[in-house]
Design a protein around this ligand. Structure first.
Ligand code: PHB
Length: 394
């Protein structure tokens, strides 16, 4: 068995693990990132696309924002569509903030490039990662490297940044120590990527009696759109023609028209809300999707992961540099309020905009009235704008 040592062992090279490693490096703390997938895979997998102002600011301030600034698209508002009309939430006027459309795999590319340029240690393609002795001062990980050799990595602290299919979460015993809060939804999203011109300058969240639709974008030539579908639906039921005609039916109207193109990716995404508490067990700390999942409405997932590691990097620094554990042991309490606000916001957006199977006519009228009330009130639009653009990190 070959052995190596670092200060912080990080499981997972998604945005959470990579950003944590980057922030620790800027604080003079060494880390090693272990990742089951290949670099190519991580740099190509299509995930979220909307960065809050905080995430953008943090990337720019820490020197990984050049491509984001050059290639990302700043959005100063979004449109809520219902009753065949658009209702704009003007982020700039309401809260003086914006969001940026820049795909998650591009964030990964920028962070990987920067970590490697800074001499960072990311070990891709490893398997059988196991965390040992995380309740002691000498935790260590064992894993198998891509050549099949057993390896051991000693560390002082361990971060579980391994996404919603996490193996690290399971180290916090449930129910003795860990409580899982889980919510399933009676709908899912069919997501497409298409070579097509932009249908709209800003994202459109459309409520329609046929179901919700979201008009998003990736670049000038590649668009990302979603349709609410049944969670048990099969992608084989959705021909390209059917997808386009459904998008037209749910979105087209006064001031909006979907522009068709060639669909090159389509899949069904399940919807769930999940939070585990606590997010720490001894010297193991969970971040991002390893600890919590939001439904995609409102695009909070990646941003929450970044907010977690922003706090965690500072707390790890206080401990490793000065031996002060107070903040580290308060990690869960420090980050959970934001996690729950984001849970609320994603749930609220989802509940306002989707059709709910089994709703009575009263429920549907009430839902229409809620959207009407929220979008016609400056206070209502401001609440959406504040939550959509995100709460400041500090
Ligand atoms: C996306 O572009 O993937 C996206 C945008 C906004 C959302 C969810 C997903 O609320």
């Amino acid at each position: 068995m070959s052995e190596s040592r670092t200060q912080v062992a990080i499981v997972g090279a998604g945005p959470a693990g990579l950003m944590l490693s980057h922030l620790l490096h800027l604080r003079g703390i060494e880390s090693v990132v272990l990742e089951a997938r290949s670099r190519e895979d991580i740099e190509a997998t299509i995930r979220a696309g909307v960065l809050e102002q905080n995430t953008v600011d943090l990337m720019v301030e820490t020197g990984v924002g050049d491509r984001l600034k050059a290639e990302g698209y700043e959005h100063h508002g979004v449109e809520f569509r219902f009753g065949g009309r658009g209702h704009r939430i003007a982020f700039d006027e309401l809260v003086g903030r914006a969001v940026t459309v820049y795909p998650q795999h591009e964030v990964n590319k920028d962070l990987i490039a920067r970590r490697l340029a800074d001499g960072g240690d990311i070990r891709f393609g490893v398997s059988d990662v196991q965390v040992h002795d995380h309740l002691t001062d000498r935790p260590y990980l064992t894993y198998t490297d891509p050549q099949g050799n057993p390896q051991r990595l000693d560390a002082r602290l361990v971060a579980g940044c391994d996404g919603s299919r996490t193996s690290t979460r399971g180290l916090i015993p449930e129910p003795q120590i860990r409580t899982d809060h889980f919510r399933q939804y009676p709908f899912a999203w069919l997501g497409i990527l298409a070579e097509a011109p932009r249908s709209s300058e800003e994202l459109i969240y459309a409520r329609h009696e046929r179901g919700f639709a979201l008009v998003s974008t990736r670049t000038a030539d590649v668009q990302r759109h979603y349709l609410q579908v049944d969670p048990d639906d099969d992608i084989a039921n959705w021909s390209d023609d059917r997808i386009w005609s459904e998008l037209h039916a749910r979105v087209d109207g006064e001031g909006a028209e979907i522009k068709d193109g060639r669909i090159f990716e389509k899949s069904i995404l399940q919807f769930r809300s999940f939070v585990c508490e606590p997010m720490q067990h001894g010297n193991l700390f969970l971040t991002g999707d390893a600890a919590h999942t939001v439904p995609p409405t409102g695009a909070k997932g990646l941003n929450l992961a970044v907010a977690d590691v922003f706090v965690l990097a500072r707390s790890m620094d206080e401990y490793l540099a000065r031996g002060d554990r107070a903040r580290l042991d308060g990690y869960t309490e420090e980050v959970l309020p934001r996690v729950w606000r984001a849970q609320h916001f994603s749930w609220w957006m989802s509940s306002m905009l989707h059709t709910h199977p089994g709703n009575s006519p009263f429920d549907n009228k009430r839902q229409d009235a809620e959207l009407d009330a929220v979008t016609r009130s400056v206070a209502g639009r401001t609440l959406i704008a504040e939550q959509y653009t995100g709460w400041p990190l500090v």
